[in-house]
Structures are given as structure tokens and as C-alpha cells.
Design a protein around this ligand. Structure first.
Ligand code: AZC
Ligand code: PLP
Length: 816
């Protein structure tokens, strides 16, 4: 085997070799894209050796593996990460310069794989990173969507979605593994298995067979030799699908019909954030993912193990939300129908194998599928669900005899209206452990959404507060801050032991240190200003307060509350040009699901308000408003290090956790937020005096909802009224009073997320922010303490919690 070296000469030799033999070109004729691919391949070579050693160590140890099943991964760009993890930037940089280019230049060709929507997909990527870093044997499974999350642009301020053709130029980070392809069935019919007296085993003859072809991307650990993988499935038609005779007869469209239908399964990521979309294709995607992945898990298990008794000891499957929950039914089908394991044993194996993470509290985000659809698409699975439910309800009946209401509430099948399968119920019934993603979320889950289950099986429920990887979100995002942390703490240990940040707290009163801290922030703001100007034309003052709200556009997250604040500032400045306000840049970033009309209209309004603010000669001296287009992981890495103020203003009780809040705090932004999700834990750690708290808490919000009268707030609060009137009167629509009328109606009608109830508290809190900002030393101190005390929010800690509470896996060290 050719071995890669670690010297400059060896790196250069490999680069040239990859340029010739992999790209098939020469130095003289290489394009920028050739340069990028060549560098990527050369860095990748360094990871492959580690991967091979990891695979060998895992084979040898035959350990318990974590299999993470997720419909989404927001991995972010790979080049800079892999340069860091292989410590080859110092080699690549001088060679690139010598060849007349630079890493920054080549990175422009590095495409972000946008295989996720938002928080849930990015969390999956952070957990993979931390598992590899902690030497946990793990494989992530997902779907290789041909088109990832859409690219967002604006036309007349309105969101336009362009397809994300992310693999158009090829993906150097990916290894196809066609030999590990799997077959997946859909539709068809079932029949009794003649030799099974119990009637529980049956035979399924699918009506359609699709192939799943995997490829994997490498998931290196930082500061260790472990390289895990994430395996992504793409749907292919089976070979017989191409109808040669039709093609010969000139029926081109018909000849490829079956191919198209099959390959559509992995065509697009549903750009739909936490609202259920009752589409057959989406259910097909979900089953496709789990059917392929389970077969692959069994293949891997069987490399070193026989029989089924050891299965739960060697395999732990974590279900990332309900999207992959059909996996539990599929494992039952494989065990009972195909491997002839008897029902009770199969069920015991299944229950000990799976665990489920819930990421929401919104009832509309809890997936359910119509029984009729399942009966058609996955007839055998529907039968199995009936049986699982039957035995489960017997168990409930034994614990709570005669409680018919409870049976109805707990049943996997909901009978109100159209019969539907409740995927969260199926997940809880079939899992050993169920977890929420922040303390409040877990508590509310057990008190509300999953209360009956928590009463039945209290020991099943755990909290695992989310975390974020310090590698990508501090070390890579913020090299300046990283340098300062390293010199202050005396080593780079903080990158894998984030509690080391604690040492910064001791410097919070050191003037010289605070000056350096501020200089880092300012330089990052200059970088952000360059991005903002280049993408929007807006000139941002790096000395203004950088106030950011970056996240998916969703009503519960309340971008409209932030906008009411902006409009209030606009109104006040127009009324009194000499008003003494602190200069501020408000930066929004985020996409709205293409079918989410209310949020698309709000995006349009944000852009319209930005236009009005930025072009007003008086207002724009104090205030700028930007909606950064196409917010994604790469843009997050520029925005987060520059933020002074982190907006986490969801209605309390609605945001399961949030992870953007953690990233911003770790980079020295001070949070203005409600008592929601992980905000509570952030505040507990950084201290109430270093956090701008406002608004109703979850319980007050519940009460408020019962008698909420938005009009009363509108009528009694002149600032609020002026802000809403400005929208209603067409101030941001060239006098057109109809365009944004639905926004006004939503606020004055139901005000579903109580923005009007929290408005006054939010305005007053923003005034506290202004006062605090005027004392720049005090602000810098708050900023330092936020970073210093947020080490807890490393995803390394999250993974350790999963290991201790749920997975019970041991690391396997890979030697160098
Ligand atoms: C999100 C939650 O909304 C967010 O609060 C949490 O931090 C994140 O998961 C990770 O746990 N949920 C989603 O993104 N959900 C979907 C379906 O995309
Ligand atoms: N989208 C992207 C691109 C992210 O990087 C993140 C997390 O940092 C999110 C969405 C989630 O943001 P939030 O936790 O604020 O919802």
C-alpha cells in the first residue's frame, strides 16, 4: 500500500501525482476546480489511512457500535475541516502560494452538502464529529439527496428558491460502495406463512423493488486517529427497469419511466422544517433509508457475530426524531418473517436495540401517517404495527385495567377522524430510552406531549441537552478568538475539553485582555461587513452593535417580534432625528419552507423594512437592517464570530433546545432571550447578570393563551400600535395597504405565539441592552463570561451523556 507522508515534499509529490493520475491534467492546464479537487484528494488520502486503521481496530475489537439514523445531516464544507483534522494546512498553504493560488481561493469550489434543513440536521453533524473525536465506534446513516436544501435568493424582496445541485462538479469527499447495495420493496401484498401456527409470521411480495446504493463520507475525529463514516443511500432503479424494447420503438419517456420513479426517492430533501407534509414520496424516503441501513447494520454485525442474542449488545440504534422510526418495524419484519425468530424474542431484541430522540413540542410537528397510505405502500409493515400495538395495549391494560381513555390516548393508531399511525408513539413503545434535547424540553415532554408514556415507563425518559462542536464553531469559525483562547489558557486542550474555557473568566476584569477580546470581535465584524456588502450592497459599520437573528423562519421563533422592535426604532428615529440610540446593525438570516406562505411574506416584509431603514438618510445613520441571503453553515461561520447580541426570542415552551444560541454564546455574543429551550441552561451558567431575559415563561404563556387578546395590547401600547400601523398603512409597500395585510391580521387576529404579549417586555429589555452597550468595558466583560462559562455546551459533553445514560458504549482507541 502506498503510504502518505507528513513532510512538505511528500505532500507536494502527492498533489502533483493526484493532479496527473486522478484529475488527468497537468500543472499548466489545470483549472481552479482541478486545483481544488487535487488538494481535496491529497488531504483525503491522509484520512483514508486513518480510516483503514479505524476499520481494522473496530474489526479486531468487535465493539458495540452506535448507529445514528437521521434523515438529515448538515455537514458543512469539508476542505478546511479536513485540513485542520489532518494538520496539513501548514503544508498546503505554502504549496498553494507557490502555485500561484491560495487555500481561500480553492475553497471557493468546496460545496456545502446541504442535506438538512436546520437545527436537527446540524445537531446530527455535531454528534458525528464528537463521536469520532471521542473514539466511539459509530456509523451515521442518511440519504444522499441529489438536491439538498434549496438556495435562497430574493426577487423584489421575496424569497426565490433555486435547486441545490451540490454534486454537479463532483464530490471529492465521497466514496461510492456499489457492492454494498441493498434492495428495498414497496407496495404489493402479503400472505400467511404456511408453517407458522401463530399467524404472526407472514410473507410479503412487494410490487416495486428499488436499489439503494451507498456512498460514504469520512468523519474524522479531532486530535485522534479515529475516522468514522456517514453512509448515504441513493435510490437507483433495478437493472431490469430500463425498457429496451420501448426505447427501440422510440417511446423514450415510457422506456425510462420506472427509472425515474425509483430515482425520485432520493431526489430532494423536503425543504420543510418541522411541519408534517403528507406526501407518499416522503414516506418512501423514510422507509428507503431505514430498509437500506438496517440491512447494512446486519451485514456489519454478521462480519463478527453469529445468531441474534448478541445483537442488542453489539448494536445500538439512535433514531433522530421520528423520520427513521419505521426502522423498528423493519427490524421486526426481518427477524420474524425472514430470519424466523419468534415474535417475543424478536420484540425483545428490537426493544433493546432502539432509542429515540424527540426534537419538538409542536403538536403539528409530530409525524403521523394515514393507515390507508401505509396499507398500500408498506402492507406488511402495517400488519406488524397492528400486532405491535395489540401487544402494547395489552401491556397497558395490565397496568391500568379498565382505563379505556388511556388506551385510546396511548394507542399507536389514532382513531379520531382518519386513522393514522403516530410515529412518536411507535418510537416510544419500541425504544429502550427516549430523550428530549434540553431540560425544559424533556420536562415538558413528560408533562404534556408524552405524559401518558412517562407515567407508564418513567425510567425510559432522559434528558440529553444538545451541544455543538467546538472544532467547527469555535476553532474553524473563529481563528482569532481561538488564538486568544490558546494563549490565555496556555494550550490547545480546550478544543477537545471545552471546560478549559473557564480559565477566561479569571481575565474578565483584565483591561488589557478585554482590549484584545474586543479587537478580535471587531476584526470579525470587519469580515462580516465584507460578506454583507458583497451579498447585499449594504455597508455595515463594524463599530455598531451587531444584533443577529439567524435561524429558520418560523412563527414560533418570532422573527416578527424582532421586526416590531426594528420598526419601533425606525419610527422613533423618524420622529426625533436626534434621538440618542446606540448604532446597531440588525442581521437576519434564514430560509422559509417554500410552502410556508406566512413566513415567506414575513421575509418580504423584512426586506422591505430593511430597504426603508437603509435608504432613510436619518435612520440609516443609526440603524442598518440586513437579511443575509441563503443562510447556511458556511455563512453561519462568518456571522457567528461577529455577533454582539444573540436573539433567542421564541415563545417559551416552543423551542425544544436551540443550538444557534450555544454557538453564539461560545463566540462571545450576549443573549437576549426568553426562558425557552437551552436558553435557560445558558442563563444558569453565564449568570443572570450576563443575559438579557424578558417575556413570559412557559407556564405563563400557557395561561396567557387561554385569554389572549392581542387587540388590547395594540390599543394600549402606542409604540406597538405605531409599528403595526406602519405595516398596515403600507409604509413598507409604497403605500400598498394590501400586500402585508396578512401579517397584520395574524398579529391582531390570533397572535398564535403571543408576540404582542411579549412586545413591551422585549422593548424594555432592548433598552437595557442599549444601556449596557454604552459601557464597552462592561459589555466586553459580559461577552468574555458568556464564552468562559459555556464549555458545557460542547457536543463532546452531549455524546458523553448519551454514552452514560443511553448507549453504554466504550471507546476503541486507534493507534497511529
Ligand atoms: C430542532 C428544534 O427545533 C431545535 O430546538 C433543536 O435545537 C434542534 O432540533 C436539535 O435538537 N428541530 C428540527 O430542526 N426539526 C426538524 C424536523 O427539522
Ligand atoms: N441552520 C444552520 C445553518 C445552523 O448552523 C443552525 C445552528 O447553528 C441552525 C439552523 C439552528 O439554529 P437555531 O438553533 O437557532 O434554530
Amino acid at each position: 500500500m502506498r503510504s502518505v507522508g507528513s513532510t512538505l515534499e511528500e505532500f507536494e509529490r502527492d498533489l502533483i501525482s493526484n493532479l496527473y493520475y486522478q484529475r488527468g491534467t497537468t500543472l499548466e492546464s489545470a483549472s481552479g476546480s482541478d486545483g481544488y479537487h487535487t488538494l481535496a484528494l491529497t488531504v483525503r488520502d491522509r484520512l483514508i489511512e486513518r480510516y483503514a486503521r479505524t476499520a481494522a481496530a473496530h474489526y479486531e475489537a468487535n465493539p458495540r457500535f452506535v448507529y445514528y439514523l437521521s434523515a438529515e445531516y448538515l455537514l458543512g464544507r469539508q476542505l478546511r475541516q479536513n485540513l485542520l483534522y489532518t494538520d496539513t494546512e501548514k503544508l498546503a498553504r505554502p504549496i498553494a502560494a507557490q502555485l500561484g493560488t491560495s487555500i481561500e481561493e480553492l475553497e471557493r469550489y468546496d460545496v456545502e452538502p446541504g442535506l438538512g434543513n436546520g437545527g436537527l440536521g446540524r445537531l446530527a453533524a455535531c454528534l458525528l464529529d464528537s463521536m469520532a473525536t471521542l473514539d466511539i465506534p459509530a456509523v451515521g446513516y442518511g440519504i444522499r439527496y441529489e438536491f439538498g436544501i434549496f438556495k435562497q435568493g430574493f426577487r423584489d424582496g421575496a424569497q426565490v428558491e433555486r435547486p441545490d445541485d451540490w454534486t454537479f462538479y463532483g464530490n471529492p469527499w465521497e466514496f461510492p460502495a456499489p457492492d454494498d447495495r441493498q434492495k428495498v420493496g414497496f407496495y404489493g401484498a402479503t400472505a400467511p406463512a404456511l408453517d407458522d401456527p401463530s399467524g404472526l409470521r407472514r410473507q410479503w411480495s412487494p410490487g416495486e423493488i428499488v436499489r439503494g446504493e451507498p456512498s460514504h463520507m469520512l468523519v474524522p475525529g479531532y486530535g485522534t486517529q479515529t475516522v468514522n463514516i456517514v453512509r448515504l443511500w441513493r435510490a437507483r432503479a433495478s437493472r431490469e427497469s430500463f425498457d429496451l424494447s420501448r426505447f427501440g420503438a422510440g417511446q423514450y419517456k415510457e422506456a425510462v419511466e420506472d427509472i425515474t420513479r425509483a430515482e425520485n426517492i432520493s431526489k430532494v430533501l423536503y425543504p420543510d422544517d418541522s411541519t408534517e407534509q403528507g406526501r407518499e414520496l416522503r414516506l418512501k424516503q423514510q422507509y428507503f433509508l431505514v430498509a437500506c441501513s438496517l440491512r447494512d447494520i446486519i451485514r456489519r454485525y454478521r462480519l463478527r457475530n453469529d445468531g441474534w442474542d448478541a445483537f442488542p449488545a453489539k448494536v445500538v440504534v439512535q433514531l433522530n426524531d421520528t423520520h427513521p422510526v419505521m426502522a423498528v418495524v423493519e427490524l421486526m419484519r426481518l427477524l420474524v418473517d425472514e430470519y424466523r425468530v419468534d415474535w417475543d424474542r424478536a420484540w425483545s431484541i428490537t426493544r433493546r436495540t432502539f432509542n429515540y430522540t424527540c426534537h419538538t413540542l409542536l403538536p403539528e410537528a409530530l409525524e403521523t401517517w394515514p393507515v390507508a397510505l401505509l396499507e398500500r405502500l408498506l402492507p406488511r409493515h402495517m400488519e406488524l404495527i397492528y400486532s405491535i400495538n395489540y401487544f402494547f395495549l395489552q401491556e397497558v391494560e395490565a397496568t391500568f385495567p379498565g382505563d379505556g381513555d388511556r388506551l385510546r390516548r396511548l394507542s399507536i393508531i389514532s382513531e379520531d377522524g382518519e386513522r393514522r399511525v403516530r410515529m412518536a408513539h411507535l418510537a416510544v413503545v419500541a425504544s429502550s430510552a427516549v430523550n428530549g434535547v434540553a431540560e425544559l424540553h424533556t420536562r415538558l415532554l413528560t408533562e404534556t406531549t408524552l405524559r401518558d408514556f412517562a407515567e407508564l415507563w418513567p425510567q425510559k425518559f432522559h434528558n440529553v441537552t444538545n451541544g455543538v462542536t467546538p472544532r467547527r464553531f469555535v476553532r474553524m469559525a473563529n481563528p482569532r478568538l481561538s488564538e486568544l483562547i490558546t494563549t490565555t489558557t496556555g494550550s490547545q486542550r480546550w478544543i477537545t475539553d471545552l471546560d478549559q474555557l473557564d480559565a477566561l473568566a479569571g481575565k474578565a476584569d483584565d483591561r488589557e485582555f478585554l482590549d484584545r477580546w474586543r479587537a478580535v470581535k471587531r476584526a470579525n465584524k470587519v469580515d462580516l461587513a465584507a460578506l454583507v456588502e458583497q451579498s447585499t450592497g449594504v455597508v455595515m459599520d463594524p463599530d455598531s452593535l451587531c444584533d443577529v437573528m439567524i435561524k429558520r423562519f418560523h412563527e414560533y421563533k418570532r422573527q416578527h417580534l424582532k421586526l416590531l422592535h426594528v420598526i419601533t426604532l425606525f419610527n422613533r428615529l423618524r420622529e426625533d432625528p436626534d434621538l440618542d440610540v446606540v448604532p446597531r446593525t440588525v442581521l437576519f438570516g434564514g430560509k422559509a419552507a417554500p410552502g410556508y406562505h406566512a413566513m415567506k411574506l414575513l421575509i418580504r416584509l423584512v426586506n422591505a423594512v430593511a430597504e426603508a431603514v437603509n435608504t432613510d438618510p436619518v435612520v440609516s445613520r443609526h440603524l442598518k437592517v440586513v437579511l443575509q441571503p441563503d443562510y447556511n453553515v458556511s455563512r453561519a461561520l462568518v456571522i457567528i464570530p461577529a455577533a454582539d447580541l444573540s436573539e433567542q426570542i421564541s415563545l417559551a415552551g416552543k423551542e425544544a433546545s436551540g443550538t444557534g444560541n450555544m454557538k453564539l454564546a461560545l463566540n462571545g455574543a450576549v443573549t437576549i432571550g426568553t426562558l425557552d429551550g437551552a436558553n435557560i441552561e445558558i442563563r444558569d451558567r453565564v449568570g443572570a447578570e450576563n443575559f438579557f431575559l424578558f417575556g413570559l415563561d412557559a407556564q405563563q404563556a400557557e395561561e396567557q393563551r387561554r385569554h389572549h387578546n392581542p387587540r388590547a395590547y395594540y390599543e394600549t401600547d402606542p409604540d406597538l400600535r405605531a409599528a403595526i400601523d406602519a405595516i398596515a398603512n403600507g409604509v413598507f409597500a409604497k403605500g400598498d395597504r394590501t400586500l402585508f395585510a396578512p401579517v397584520v391580521d395574524a398579529m391582531l387576529g390570533r397572535d398564535e405565539y403571543l408576540a404582542l404579549a411579549d412586545y413591551r417586555a422585549y422593548m424594555e429589555c432592548q433598552e437595557r441592552v442599549e444601556r449596557a452597550w454604552r459601557d464597552q468595558d462592561a459589555w466586553a466583560r459580559m461577552s468574555v463570561l458568556n464564552a468562559a462559562r459555556c464549555g458545557f455546551f460542547s457536543s463532546d459533553r452531549t455524546v458523553r451523556d448519551y454514552c452514560d445514560l443511553i448507549w453504554r458504549v466504550d471507546p476503541v482507541r486507534v493507534t497511529g
